[in-house]
Write a protein that binds this ligand. Structure first.
Ligand code: UDP
Length: 234
């Protein structure tokens, strides 16, 4: 295996499948199977999930809500998604732990770095919920931060597109995909991989990012086995 310990970031929207809102249980089950296949190879897996399929602080602020209040609601949305994925992972007989940045004693453990690392060493899939626990941040930033804290080899950003393109492939038929870019290339070309806070954290800590299509069956495993899939930023 190319990587020993990885952090997988999934957007909340990825969990919607073909729906417009909420959680598509079949999609979550599909992700659980993909994660199990990677886990079977002995890779330590930590996961951060977004909340955009349920609630986004920024959008709520635009419709008049207090931003901080709305962001906490967004963080709670990530916990709902995390619990759905945890359930699906347990259905395929993986051992899991959900650790959140906001304490919720009845349903999960508080995030404690050493504990997270211990769970990983014991072969448990660790899900980090509630983002960073702070308003004005995103789950991309939570993913970068947690990946650095647990010393992950790479952040794998599973999306619906298969990498980073010269322009939006959905709008521009001439758009081409990059196989590899440096952090500086991203700044120079004005491309976006994650929000700047998340991206800068990875850059400053030399943590590579791979953007790949998580919906294509088998992609996740191939990627961890070292196949060139998606776009690597390092
Ligand atoms: N959020 C936050 N702090 C964090 C992470 C998330 O306030 O550290 C809130 C924010 O309101 C955000 C929402 O949670 O809009 C959902 O997260 P995100 O938008 O990153 O989810 P994704 O786009 O990945 O689905």
């Amino acid at each position: 295996m190319k990587y020993k310990r990885i952090l997988l970031k999934l957007s909340g929207e990825a969990l919607m499948g073909e729906k417009n809102y909420g959680i598509d249980i079949d999609r979550v089950a599909q992700y659980a199977r993909e994660i199990k296949n990677v886990h079977n190879e002995g890779v330590e897996i930590a996961i951060v999930i977004g909340g955009g399929n349920i609630y986004r602080g920024l959008s709520a602020e635009k419709s008049g809500m207090d931003r901080v209040q709305a962001d906490y609601m967004g963080m709670l949305a990530t916990v709902i998604n995390s619990m759905a994925l945890q359930d699906a992972l347990e259905k395929v007989e993986l051992k899991t732990r959900l650790l959140t940045a906001i304490k919720m004693e009845q349903i999960c453990e508080p995030f404690i770095r050493r504990r997270a690392v211990r769970h990983l060493e014991k072969g448990r899939v660790v899900i980090f919920g509630a983002g960073t626990g702070n308003p004005y941040f995103t789950t991309d930033t939570a993913a970068s931060l947690r990946a650095i804290e647990i010393n992950a080899d790479v952040v794998l950003k599973g999306t619906r597109v298969d990498g980073i393109y010269t322009s939006d492939p959905l709008k521009d038929a001439t758009a081409t995909r990059f196989e590899e870019l440096s952090f500086q290339d991203i700044y120079d070309r004005g491309l976006s991989v994650m929000d700047m806070t998340a991206f800068t954290l990875c850059h400053e800590n030399n943590l590579p990012i791979i953007v790949f299509d998580m919906n294509k069956e088998g992609n996740f495993l191939k990627l961890v086995q070292g196949e060139t899939i998606g776009t690597l930023v390092r």
